[in-house]
Design a protein around this ligand. Structure first.
Ligand code: 1GP
Length: 250
């Protein structure tokens, strides 16, 4: 299979937008995952992201195995902590919380887990992770003890993303946090997208196809949806076609 990062870059070059369905192993049951996989395959979803700020159960491996056995959609780990590593996945979003000032989430956790991560053999994708204020405290802000970028400070987001790219991050992930009241504005997405060349992932609080479409049009390359799909799996088809209808926008 083509390395996951290469596929992201190729799609960006062609102006193709991608849809990633976020699976929280704690919240999903095998029958529900089965249904989600069928809908995702039918809707030509591009990626599964698997993870959460807290993974309380030990369902991670089983969850990824179930996906891998049923379809060929690549699985990317989106870990809240180094304990959420599974060799079953295709790649690891190796997150550094560049919007925060908590050294532990910028580099500390990485140092502790480096030998283990390297040994996993996973494709490692260095990802500049930016938490944007979504109108309410989210698990990620609380756990990381780092303040999010204020929702109306597009210039801070832009400079943070630029710095992340120059430090060598291969992806920028802007996240309003799972279940955010307010998703990230198109203004901020546009400002960031204009100033970086690496693929831009956007997620947090996206609940419908229209918002997914507008975010892509503003410059997002990958849209991540978790919560809304947990509540209504039929959204997978709608959101996927909205994203995929939008190819290169001039
Ligand atoms: C959260 O970006 C993801 O980290 C997705 O958020 O669950 O709100 O879709 P939602």
């Amino acid at each position: 299979m083509m390395p996951v990062y290469q596929s992201l870059v190729d799609k960006k070059r062609k102006g193709h937008k991608s849809f990633a369905v976020l699976i929280d192993p704690d919240k999903i049951t095998p029958p529900l995952l089965h249904e989600t996989i069928s809908l995702a395959t039918e809707a030509k979803v591009d990626y599964f992201f698997v993870g959460g700020s807290l993974v309380i159960t030990d369902h991670l491996d089983a969850c990824i195995q179930q996906i891998k056995a049923a379809c060929s959609i690549p699985v990317l780990l989106f870990p809240g902590s180094p304990s959420q590593i599974s060799r079953e996945a295709d790649a690891l979003l190796y997150l550094s919380l560049i919007s925060g000032r908590n050294a532990d989430y910028l580099i500390g956790q990485h140092v502790i887990s480096a030998p283990f991560v390297k040994q996993s053999g996973l494709e490692i994708i260095p990802t500049g992770y930016m938490v944007i204020d979504g109108g309410a405290a989210t698990t990620v802000s609380y756990i990381s003890n780092a303040s999010p970028v204020p929702a109306d400070k597009a210039d801070i987001a832009m400079c943070t993303a630029m710095a992340g790219e120059m430090l060598g991050m291969k992806l920028i992930y802007m996240d309003a946090g799972s279940g955010a009241k307010k998703a990230i504005t198109e203004d901020m997405i546009g400002a960031v997208a204009k100033h970086i060349d690496v693929p831009l992932i956007v997620g947090g609080g996206i609940r419908d196809a229209e918002k997914a479409y507008l975010n892509c049009r503003a410059g997002a390359d990958v849209i991540v949806v978790g919560n809304a799909i947990e509540k209504d799996a039929s959204l997978i088809g709608e959101i996927s076609s909205a994203i995929h209808q939008l190819q290169r926008v001039s």
